[in-house]
Design a protein around this ligand. Structure first.
Ligand code: CMC
Length: 428
């Protein structure tokens, strides 16, 4: 392919540069097109639009490849741990022994949150969804660390904000759950590792002893790795766009948490379990629900199926499916909902509707089943996703700032009324 593209508008040709990524993906750079021709391009949902160049995550949806900084997700999930992967995503290389120790030590040192965070938490009714509480507490960090409002600070100062956020995220997440169930919050226990500390804050209560099960902590760590980044998805694009206005990192990531919340994005893991439970309650007739999913007059969709970029298989779903089997076996959990999930998957994989549209199980199809087996309540599932995605959001925000990207400001094609005169109320 030549390294330019030609576009003809109203008989006039314009030559546009084609840029190439390190995996030979090609993109037509249309940034100068409007200046030359007066026309813009339109692409609702950005289905064919790259918003940035990025050196963080590579994804090939046709081949089912996902790599963080060049390392395959399969390798990282098997051999690494969540904090090492966080360092990799944020700083671009695997840490040396010394870098890793320093990173983990500083995170451990900052797990405690300001005591006044409890007052904010107490202001939420127990009906508050933990995702809303989480995004509020993350944004509230701007009040406790007002210096973080300036994203143009030195790299060391930005690093401090990063460490604080990774350190406090499990505390915010666990406290959002405690608020919902009306139990006193637990303070972090720095003798525990990252995931074990989170589990202890979630599940310990003054009435019973709680010992973290290493099977549960390890499975959760793996899930966090699998969710850690996914290039320019809805929430990550949100983080970058909000940050492009020079809003603080905390504000940008709080916005990302809200974007993740929706059922078409991270909220799908909660929606999957709710769907499977509904199917079970309804008698377990998977064929009936498959028919509903295919009926264009029925708004129901098979949650956990389909993906904007994976059109073959979602590599994360493969790893999670295996991890779900392992965890259920190790913990001795028998979950009837898993049988419904397996039945639905089998039917969908041979159904022409799903095959033709390349709709495969995505990461959320099996993650909810593991979360359930680990004892995580359903409306905390998306909070788990947010905890996992945090290093990815941070890395993407940092890259956007370091690349000095311009403010994100799409254009539109106006389809409303043409100019008309105001008519007084009596004359209407
Ligand atoms: N059930 C039934 N039909 C579906 C589904 C589904 N889950 N997903 C897509 N379709 C159909 C859709 O109706 C459309 O059909 P047609 O061409 O006849 O109009 C076709 O497949 C293409 O769908 P689309 O909505 O244009 O595709 P998209 O790329 O805009 O949407 C998606 C991707 C993930 C939003 C969508 O597949 C979906 O809603 N899935 C269910 C929700 C879900 O599991 N989301 C989690 C995504 S993975 C976690 C994450 O990274 O966010």
């Amino acid at each position: 392919m030549s390294n330019t593209a030609e576009i003809k508008v109203g008989g006039q040709s314009y030559e546009l540069p084609v840029i190439e990524g390190s995996e030979q993906e090609q993109a037509i750079d249309i940034s100068a097109l409007r200046g030359q021709s007066g026309v813009i391009t339109i692409d609702p949902g950005f289905k064919n639009t790259g918003s940035t160049t990025s050196a963080i995550t590579f994804l090939d949806g046709e081949k089912g490849i996902l790599r963080y900084r060049g390392y395959s997700i399969e390798d990282l999930a098997e051999k690494s741990n969540f904090l090492e992967v966080s360092f990799l995503l944020i700083y671009g290389h695997l840490p040396s022994n010394e870098e890793y120790t320093r990173f983990v030590d500083s995170i451990t040192k900052h797990t405690l949150v300001h005591e006044d965070v409890k007052k904010i938490l107490e202001g939420f009714p127990s009906t508050a969804h933990p995702m809303g509480v989480l995004s509020s507490l993350v944004c509230a960090q701007t009040a406790f660390y007002p210096e973080s409002l300036d994203p143009n600070r030195s790299a060391d100062e930005v690093d401090m904000s990063i460490i604080r956020l990774i350190a406090k995220m499990p505390t915010f997440a666990a406290w959002s759950y405690k608020n919902q169930i009306g139990q006193p919050v637990n303070y972090p226990d720095n003798k525990q590792n990252y995931t074990a500390n989170f589990l202890k804050m979630m599940f310990a209560n003054p009435a019973e002893a709680y010992e973290v099960d290493p099977v549960v902590a390890n499975a959760l760590d793996k899930l966090l790795i699998l969710h850690a980044d996914h290039e320019q998805n809805c929430s990550t694009a949100t983080v970058r766009v909000v940050g492009s206005s020079h809003a603080s990192m905390y504000a940008s990531i709080s916005a990302g948490i809200n974007a993740l919340w929706g059922p078409l994005h991270g909220g799908a893991n909660q929606a999957v379990i709710e769907m499977l439970e509904n199917i079970k309650k309804d008698g377990g007739d998977t064929k009936k629900w498959m028919a509903k999913a295919k009926d264009k007059n029925d708004p129901f969709r098979l949650m956990g199926f389909g993906h904007r970029v994976y059109k073959n298989f979602d590599p994360r779903a493969k790893i999670i499916k295996k991890a779900a089997d392992d965890v259920l076996e190790k913990l001795g959990v028998k979950d009837p909902v898993l049988d419904i999930a397996k039945g639905l998957e089998e039917e969908a994989l041979r159904d022409p509707y799903f095959v033709e549209r390349k709709l495969y199980p995505n990461v959320d199809f099996y993650s909810g089943i593991i979360y359930r087996a680990l004892g995580i309540p359903t409306d905390m599932f998306t909070v788990m996703f947010a905890m996992g995605r945090l290093p990815g959001w941070i890395a993407q925000w940092k890259e956007m700032r370091e690349n000095k990207e311009p403010i994100g400001r799409p254009r539109q094609v106006y389809t409303g009324a043409n100019e008309r005169s105001y008519v007084g109320m009596d004359e209407r």
